[in-house]
Design a binder for this molecule. Sequence first.
Ligand code: GDP
Length: 321
Amino acid sequence: MQLSSKEARIYVAGHRGLLGQAIVRHLRHEGFGRLILRTRAELDLRNQAEVQRFMAAERPDYIVLAAARVGGILANDTYPADFINDNLLIQNHVLQAAAAEQVSRLIFLGSTCIYPREAPQPIPETSLLTGPLEVTNRWYAVAKIAGVTQCQALRKQHGCDFVSLMATNLYGPGDNFDLATSHVLPALLRKFHEARVRGRRTVSVWGTGTPKREFLYSEDMADACLFALRIPESALYAMAPDGLLNVGTGTDISINELCDLLVRVVGFKGTIVHDRSKPDGTPRKLVDVSRMKALGWQASTPLKRGIEQTYAWYKTTENAC
Ligand code: GDP
């Protein structure tokens, strides 16, 4: 089944997550009516027998593997075993079952934290496995490296069309705003919002504020996933013989600069206090996006607009005070 047909059966694994929600919105908007979706309660991707049964019964034409255990710098440090175990199980089961069912294309979602801490900036895809990893998220990174490598192995041995997209720090409507497990952007958006509403004068920002991060709006990432599903196989692997495509905006900002932006969007009038007992993590992880650019894709949402849209969404949730 070609993706040009709206009858294509597309399984979005992880459709309740930040990216999965955005992908489903995009697919529906484009008229794909045969989406295959399962909640965690309906299908535990950590259970191999369940995954095999599901895949053999549903036989999707395409898969976007956006299901993963994800979290910010503290969550990675607090639950290292969950991060490595769950991700290895989920991806191993889905990739193997997808290979057995001979799906037309699978998109595996990786992350830019798979690259070495000291990789050249912007980081090209060819930096993979050329040096030691950042320690704060190596559990997650090692699992994702295994997934990327498994995609390469399945392509080499069985000809599977499994491509890996390396996303930079994603944010957007539907993000996780739990302060203990979230990434920096939603965490600080919430902290500034609560401080403004409750009249607090200070907000705690972890680390020194000097690390730089590249933030990509989840809707742009969803757009990149749909774009990647459609790239002709010959063009894709000519550009990415290793099956890796970085997806980012091409620019990064420091955590302090991010604070300036968030403060303006939220209207917080107080001051920032740096909590230096918390880790900085990797100093910088800007990715080289030239492969995706050469294939014809670029991010389109300016960071300020993306933050405004995320904040508008957040204020409608029951968690917002
Ligand atoms: P990372 O990109 O894997 O390091 O994950 P995060 O998004 O969790 O953190 C990015 C950077 O933001 C790190 O330097 C954190 O120390 C810093 N940061 C500052 N304040 C916060 C916060 O309230 N929550 C989180 N998660 N990170 C914060």
